[in-house]
Design a binder for this molecule. Structure first.
Ligand code: ATP
Length: 336
């Protein structure tokens, strides 16, 4: 069994060896604030992250992502508020909490005259891993993060993407449960990005909890179970990408309807006669219609009526907003 798995089955015959159940909430952040002189970088942020979840952290430049992540990684202290990881308060008991935390910064300091293997071994020692366990962990991580081909390369001569992979491996050395990744895919080529996404999902399947910041919203969308949006130090959304993409700024839903050999005016007329529906835009062979709520039962009834009314529908689907649009809507709504 992989040592990357945090929850090992305890032997049933020895009741004393059974560890206490881990709390379902891995990370709990309450009313977090961070001031840098006159800059109020984080302003009352609160959220929980459940075990095994992959949560994306999105915000514009200067929104407060790195500041929040550095506090969660115990590299900085909040001006006010609390953070607990597996029940350990980061301010009162950072040493206990650190055992559970893995941190992958957006840039790392590479040392001169050190190979990748030596670097990982050095980092393993710094984590206090005994020799045999260190060897075992390194072998596994080299394999998992595809670092074997780089083992003898000098760490300060790696490309940005290769360095990211080393940094990713280093984060996993002490087998932490909660992984913080700041812009992890920034230097990766398209193939490496796909591989990275797969590794993220494998880690989540093994029970790890991941908190990942990125500017590439579509990428987070594919990797994450939920998304946290931060704007000017305040959380403006915590929920699934699905909810965001299927909602709109005014709560309505838009449907693309394609018809065969039918003037678009028929769709406009249909919308005007059916409560809840309105005409939004003409398309080449159909139209965008808006529904006031997008409630599934009402939409299904609308489609049924449309067909019974003799409209030859060839395609009917709910339009997804791009995550970027949802993000911009959210920010502009807050500033109104
Ligand atoms: P980016 O996407 O550009 O990395 P971010 O969301 O990570 O941005 P932060 O780095 O958290 O943003 O910065 C939030 C705010 O806090 C910014 O206004 C920044 O200038 C300020 N800030 C961050 N660190 C410090 C510091 N050590 N001293 C003074 N101000 C700081």
């Amino acid at each position: 069994m992989s040592t990357l798995s945090p929850v090992e089955a305890a032997p049933v015959s020895d009741a004393h060896a059974v560890p206490p159940p881990l709390p379902d909430i891995v990370v709990s952040v309450r009313d977090l604030h961070r001031h840098f002189n006159n800059v109020h970088a984080v302003r009352g942020v609160s959220f929980d992250i459940r075990r095994g979840q992959v949560v994306g952290f999105i915000g514009a430049n200067g929104a407060g992502k790195t500041t929040t992540m550095r506090i969660l990684a115990t590299l900085d202290e909040p001006t006010a508020g609390t953070v607990t990881v597996n029940g350990h308060d980061l301010r009162d008991d950072p040493v206990s909490a650190r055992r559970f935390i893995g941190w992958m910064p957006d840039a790392y300091g590479a040392y001169d005259n050190m190979t990748v293997a030596e670097y990982l071994d050095f980092q393993g020692r710094a984590c206090g891993l005994p020799r045999a366990l260190r060897r075992e962990r390194m072998e596994e991580i080299m394999h998992f993060a595809d670092l074997l081909p780089l083992a003898d390369r000098m760490v300060n001569r790696l490309s940005k993407g290769q360095g990211q992979r080393v940094c990713f491996g280093r984060m996993l050395l002490h087998d932490p449960e909660f992984l913080l990744l700041d812009e992890p895919a920034a230097g990766l080529d398209p193939k490496a990005r796909i591989e990275f996404k797969n590794l993220v999902r494998i880690l989540a399947a093994r029970g790890k909890t991941l908190f990942i910041s990125s500017h590439i919203l579509s990428e987070l969308d594919e990797m994450c179970d939920s998304l946290l949006f931060i704007d000017s130090g305040r959380l403006v959304h915590h929920g699934s990408a699905h909810t965001l993409k299927h909602g709109s700024a005014d709560g309505t839903a838009v449907f693309v309807i394609k018809v065969a050999d039918t003037p678009v005016e028929r769709l406009a007329e249909w919308a005007s006669m059916n409560p809840g529906w309105s005409f939004a835009e003409r398309l080449r062979d159909g139209a965008r219609l808006r529904h006031e709520s997008g409630a599934p039962a009402e939409v299904a009834a609308g489609l049924r009526r449309m067909i019974l009314d003799g409209i030859p529908v060839t395609d009917f689907h709910r339009e997804e907003r791009r995550l970027e649009e949802a993000f911009i809507d959210m920010i502009s709504n807050k500033s109104k």
